[in-house]
Write a protein that binds this ligand. Structure first.
Ligand code: 2P0
Length: 350
């Protein structure tokens, strides 16, 4: 038995006969057309639609155990009790409890096989996995669209990690947000792409996405331009994907990434998510592309750079990123499938 699974077992609530338990795995997704900004903070509704790719070899595995023996919710993340995550976890469990009409508390045990809180969308895979596991534990029989709506309320980008491959999350127009849901555009194997994640820091980011988005909306002079131009960017990305046109997808994805960062940089105080290695890696990707290598970059609310390329270029791109000063590690992955249930033993052994 590994050290990790011993820790998880000892932290686990003792199983009681009437416990309702299930486990699920979800993968992070990377937005090519970015989500940034909320039109309703309480319901977590975005000001813009977004479009993403779901990854495969990076995952979150989560077990949710509802038990009458518990008098409070708990969360064990990567083998450690994590009180900082408890508020958001309980808020997500509350949504599941409301659906089931119960008040039973739950113990959540979750493991990521990648750094948490460093711009690798651990909240996307984490809350998608939690919603699937909670749904199964309580026998709610939610549709994937309903799971996406619930996951969105827990963390916006989690709406997209319910599905695999290429996914679009609509901003929706209803005040209750029920039409702000993700839908799959194309399965991963219909147009396989490779992704190299250049990890330039494993520290937790100083300013979380929610705070960053709200500061941007309140203070950035570019907020209206961001909202006004998003529909055209989404249409361009959809067309590029439908035609499997890599150059077209590369151009619009880098544009959306740089525009999101320009928007956030113009907040007061400005949000600077890049470090020196991030910028160096951007130049390396641009230089490869100028030499005809099919690759582009995208960067989220953290210092990691994600290079997206055709599979034929994957080893060359990863090798070039490994040479960048300040790049600590490069994780190579492809596009993956939807969030899915797993045996509870698999979550425990993660
Ligand atoms: C995205 N990001 O589209 C954008 C681009 C980061 C930059 O979605 O407040 O953790 O929980 O809804 O989903 C990260 O924000 O934010 C994110 P909340 P979330 O992937």
């Amino acid at each position: 038995m590994s050290v990790m699974s011993r820790t998880l077992d000892s932290d686990r609530s003792p199983g009681a006969p009437n416990d309702r338990v299930a486990a699920a795995q979800a993968q992070p997704n990377i937005a090519l057309i970015k989500y940034w900004g909320k039109r309703d903070v309480a319901l977590n509704l975005p000001v813009v639609g977004s479009l993403s790719i779901t990854l495969d070899t990076l995952w979150t595995r989560t077990e949710v155990r509802f038990s009458d023996a518990l008098d409070a919710d708990s969360i064990v993340l990567n083998g450690k009790s994590d009180p900082k995550q408890l508020k958001r976890t309980s808020a997500c469990l509350d949504l599941l409890r409301a659906r089931a009409g119960i008040r039973t508390r739950a113990a959540v045990v979750s493991t990521n096989n990648f750094p948490t809180g460093a711009g690798l969308a651990s909240s996307a895979s984490g809350f998608a996995a939690m919603v699937l596991a909670g749904d199964a534990a309580l026998g709610l029989n939610l549709t994937p669209a309903e799971q996406s709506v619930l996951a969105r309320r827990c963390s916006g980008s989690a709406a997209r990690s319910i599905f695999g491959g290429y996914v679009e999350w609509a901003h929706g127009s209803r005040a209750d947000g029920e039409d702000s849901v993700a839908t799959p555009l194309l399965p991963a194997d219909a147009w396989p792409l490779s992704v190299a994640v250049a990890i330039t820091s494993t520290a937790e980011k100083a300013i979380g996405s929610t705070e960053g988005m709200n500061r941007t909306a309140d203070t950035s002079p570019y907020q209206d331009a961001w909202i006004d131009s998003q529909e055209a960017d989404l249409a361009e990305a959809r067309a590029a994907i439908a035609e499997r046109d890599f150059e077209r997808l590369a151009d619009i994805s880098e544009h959306s990434c740089l525009k999101m960062h320009a928007l956030a940089l113009a907040a007061k105080p400005g949000l600077l998510y890049w470090n020196a290695a991030t910028v160096a890696a951007m130049h390396v990707v641009r230089s490869l592309r100028a030499q005809g290598v099919p690759v582009f970059f995208t960067i989220d609310a953290g210092p990691q750079l994600k290079a997206v390329c055709l599979p034929s270029a994957a080893s060359r791109v990863a090798a070039a990123l490994r040479e960048v000063p300040g790049v600590l590690n490069v994780v190579e992955t492809g596009l993956g499938g939807p969030a899915h249930l797993i045996p509870t033993a698999a979550a425990a052994a993660a």
